[in-house]
Structure formats: C-alpha cells, structure tokens
Write a new protein. Structure first.
Length: 75
C-alpha cells in the first residue's frame, strides 16, 4: 500500500453541489474520477446543466460551509 496516487483518493468526501438552474443537488461526473481535477466535467443529473470549473469550486466551498454549519447548529 505504498503509492503516491493515494493522495488524490483521500478527498472522496465530495458533496454534491446545488444546481443554479433547477436547485437539485444531484451531480454527474465526466472525464475524471475527481471532480476537482483538470478535465473533469461536473453536470446536473436532473436538467443537464454543466458547471464551470470555477463555478463548481465556489459552489462546493459554499456547500461545505453550509454542511459544517448544519452540523454545528444541530442541537
Ligand atoms: Zn439542474
């Protein structure tokens, strides 16, 4: 179990981001196994909207903050 490629596999806690067009958080992933790697294309499963790379990163960051907020506020 000694391969440098495992580094990229540790970030599998990727949250689906919300589609700006239909509001659903169901993503499709094309072109790569990691949605953050170059060449990866993330889209919406529901309306086929395709996220831009920067847009996806921004939405993902928002989503992660939202998720952490929910866990903290859950009392
Ligand atoms: Zn959509």
């Amino acid at each position: 179990m000694a391969t440098g490629s495992e580094d990229s596999l540790t970030r599998t806690d990727i949250l689906p981001v919300k589609c700006p067009q239909c509001g659903e958080a169901q993503n499709t992933l094309d072109g790569a196994q990691d949605p953050l790697s170059p060449g990866a294309s993330v889209g919406c499963m529901v309306c086929n909207y395709v996220f831009g790379a920067e847009e996806y990163r921004r939405l993902l960051a928002e989503r992660q903050r939202e998720f952490e907020g929910l866990q903290i506020g859950e009392l």
